[in-house]
Design a protein around this ligand. Structure first.
Ligand SMILES: O=C(O)CCC(=O)C(=O)O
Length: 259
């Protein structure tokens, strides 16, 4: 699968050269891409599992097309394995033992809308008691996303575009947004960033900080673009259920989708 990497068992492991480089890149830019973390046959198994899970519950767009499946990371043997591998790599790159905070699979069917530029988790929401809350920063101030390509991704089918992380606190980052309950960046802020578009093969993984501005375009191809989009944090596994419960109860209505 990813033969250069051993499991962590409390021992300090010398990083393979290519991971040392990734570590430096992540430190400098807030993101790094690792090619072929997962082999094609493993990705095929994951896709089969996801299709089965999507039959039990998914979010659809206004055309009735499946766009998102959530709460999947521990639902099958293969998905559990994938999560463990991602956590191991994060540990090796960042020297942090993080747990899954939220997880989803994003489908972008032909013609499917993209996402406007935003930072992840930088928004406010009103909880069920109408109390104003600080987005993901209610749980922690450290988040790492792992995007696993399940399909080939490129500009045409709406791959992710990333800018370098802005290493600021919530209170400063929120000023870059419209502060309308969504994490969307103001147009003038978006224009200041240089976005890099990532061509990904199935099995490639993109690790990036939630503080990296990112966006994606509509799928203008004839084929679906599917990715796993997991977020890891240092706030402990109990935050996972709390997050999804708070999200269900949140009174926010705004979305970061292009439509
Ligand atoms: O699926 C995509 O194209 C981007 C998703 C995204 O930016 C997000 O969920 O924060």
């Amino acid at each position: 699968m990813y033969s250069n990497i051993k499991n962590i068992k409390g021992t300090i492991i010398k990083l393979p050269q290519y991971l040392e480089t990734k570590k430096e890149l992540y430190k400098r830019d807030g993101y790094c891409k690792i090619d072929q973390v997962f082999k094609e046959n493993f990705i095929e198994l994951i896709k089969k599992d996801i299709i089965k899970l999507s039959k039990k519950g998914s979010y659809k767009d206004k055309y009735g097309k499946i766009r998102r499946v959530e709460k999947i990371y521990d639902k099958t043997k293969n998905l559990k394995k994938l999560n463990k591998i991602l956590k191991d790599i994060i540990y090796k790159i960042l020297k942090k033992k993080l747990e899954i905070f939220k997880d989803k699979c994003h489908f972008k069917p032909p013609g499917g809308a993209g996402f406007k530029a935003h930072y992840d988790g930088v928004f406010y929401f009103f909880d069920k008691n109408n109390k104003k809350r600080k987005g993901w920063y209610e749980y922690s101030n450290y988040f790492v996303n792992a995007l696993v390509a399940l399909d080939f991704c490129d500009k045409k089918n709406g791959t992710l575009e990333l800018g370098k992380a802005k290493n600021k606190k919530y209170e400063e980052l929120i000023l870059d947004t419209y502060q309308d309950g969504s994490p969307l960046l103001k147009k003038k802020v978006e224009k200041k960033f240089k976005f890099r578009s990532f061509k990904l093969l199935p099995g490639d993984v993109l690790f990036f900080s939630n503080k990296c501005p990112h966006r994606s375009k509509k799928n203008n191809s004839k084929r679906q673009r599917t990715i796993l989009y997991y977020t890891y944090s240092n706030c402990g596994i109990r935050a996972y259920n709390r997050y999804f419960k708070d999200k269900d109860e949140s009174l926010n209505k705004n979305s970061k989708s292009l439509t």
